[in-house]
Write a protein that binds this ligand. Structure first.
Ligand SMILES: CC(C)(COP(=O)(O)OP(=O)(O)OC[C@H]1O[C@@H](n2cnc3c(N)ncnc32)[C@H](O)[C@@H]1OP(=O)(O)O)[C@@H](O)C(=O)NCCC(=O)NCCS
Length: 164
């Protein structure tokens, strides 16, 4: 299994991954819309002999602390036949490494704390932010000391509003 940057020719594979994992294409459409809007920071695809998983990170503007560079992790999916083999974890960690190299300070995710807690995501870090997704499933991970100081309202990529 290897992880690489998604390319335009991966669209069919990406749709197959999301369709198999979620039974719908709303998440694939989210990736396409974020790309079209220029809000996609990182889009990674995991391949074995077939496409196995995908993850996207998009821009997040912290209106209260705009000098802090932040991103949102979403969506993430692994094709059911490839699940529970560490591919989801490899996609998350590869993405976090690349964002650290690009000097990002903070990443937010909305998801199961049981899953994301293993990477260091913590609901406490997200409590100081005001987002459309406030609650126990919203978690933050500081990639730098600056990231720990994030607070106040945030602006997600426009495509998230269109998803609801
Ligand atoms: C969630 C998902 C991306 C994990 O990918 P994966 O490659 O199977 O995950 P890994 O192999 O890295 O890790 C497996 C662990 O994830 C846990 N896990 C899988 N799906 C989970 C879920 N929806 N909620 C909580 N934990 C989950 C497994 O129980 C396992 O836990 P363990 O290590 O304690 O046994 C994958 O199961 C998936 O695509 N699910 C459907 C889509 C989805 O729910 N996406 C997440 C959006 S936030």
């Amino acid at each position: 299994m290897r992880i690489r940057l998604e390319e335009t020719t991966d669209w069919t594979a990406l749709c197959a991954i999301y369709s198999a994992a979620f039974g719908q294409l709303a998440e694939a459409d989210l990736v396409r819309d974020m790309h079209d809007d220029g809000d996609l920071i990182l889009s990674l695809i995991a391949y074995d002999d077939k496409p196995a998983g995908h993850i996207a990170y998009s821009r997040l503007i912290l209106l209260g602390t705009p000098s802090i560079k932040a991103a949102v992790l979403a969506p993430l999916a692994v094709t059911p036949s490839f699940q529970k083999q560490g591919i989801g974890a490899a996609l998350v960690q590869d993405g976090l490494k690349r964002l650290t190299e690009k000097d990002y300070d903070l990443v937010l995710v909305l998801g199961e704390p049981h899953y994301y807690g293993r990477f260091g995501f913590d609901p406490k870090l997200a409590e100081k932010l005001k987002t459309p997704y406030d609650g126990p499933y919203l978690q933050g991970l500081a990639l730098s000391d600056r990231g720990k100081g994030a607070h106040g309202p945030v602006s997600y990529a426009q495509a998230f509003a269109e998803l609801e």
